[in-house]
Ligand binder design. Sequence first.
Ligand code: ATP
Length: 235
Amino acid sequence: MIKLLINMGNVSMSYKTKSGPTKILHDINLNIYKDEFVAITGPSGAGKTTLLNLIGLLEKPSGGSYHFMGQPVSSLSGFKLGLIRNRHIGFVFQDFELINDLTIFKNVELPLIYGGISHRQRIQKVTRVLTKLGLSKHLHYLPVQLSGGQQQRVALARAMVTEPALLICDEPTGNLDCQTAEVILSLLEKLHRQGCALVIVTHDMKVAARAKRIIIMENGMIISTKNIISQEEEK
Ligand SMILES: Nc1ncnc2c1ncn2[C@@H]1O[C@H](COP(=O)(O)OP(=O)(O)OP(=O)(O)O)[C@@H](O)[C@H]1O
């Protein structure tokens, strides 16, 4: 198993705008290892989601080098990136992003269908993960029939079902009340203890403080990195 999941060297990201290319991320240097729990925080517009999209292989950097599990991202095809995402990365978003006309079971089954997993194994895996998250009685419900916290647990189940090496969460508790947010955070921490690397974008410093390392962004740059265990400023 490769220990270094993410290796970014001087990564930049530009978007085309009417007035020409606009650089959103500058000189991002970042390593994330397989046993890490990292929070990314910073003001609105700092580039957190853009960085998360790069980490999660949803977009390719405009410059610099990015290796995911040792593989150079810029030279991989969209198809290959899709396979890596399906196999190794789970995503959880603020607004759950469940498919509203599919049952809970089918929502969670989807990444396994894309991954070519057999019908028998899919039933086992989906039932197991939904039971683990306390949703065994809701397999045939539609997302709208569940509370926000339950929907986020379904989203978490969908992200976990492929047993990814890395879980990427964009404001996972942003739409939840404190108590429900705590349930989701505890589940994420449990997943991390079981060996899944976590990267969370959050505005909430109480959420960020649960991580082992906090990365603070401003104006498209990483301005500081704080290691929570040693309380030591690295930069
Ligand atoms: N597709 C795009 N085209 C052009 N500009 C973009 C695009 N996506 C993001 N941006 C710009 O990049 C900057 C960073 O956006 P990003 O969403 O990464 O910030 P953020 O730190 O996640 O903000 P927030 O906390 O408000 O979600 C913003 O100025 C945004 O307008």
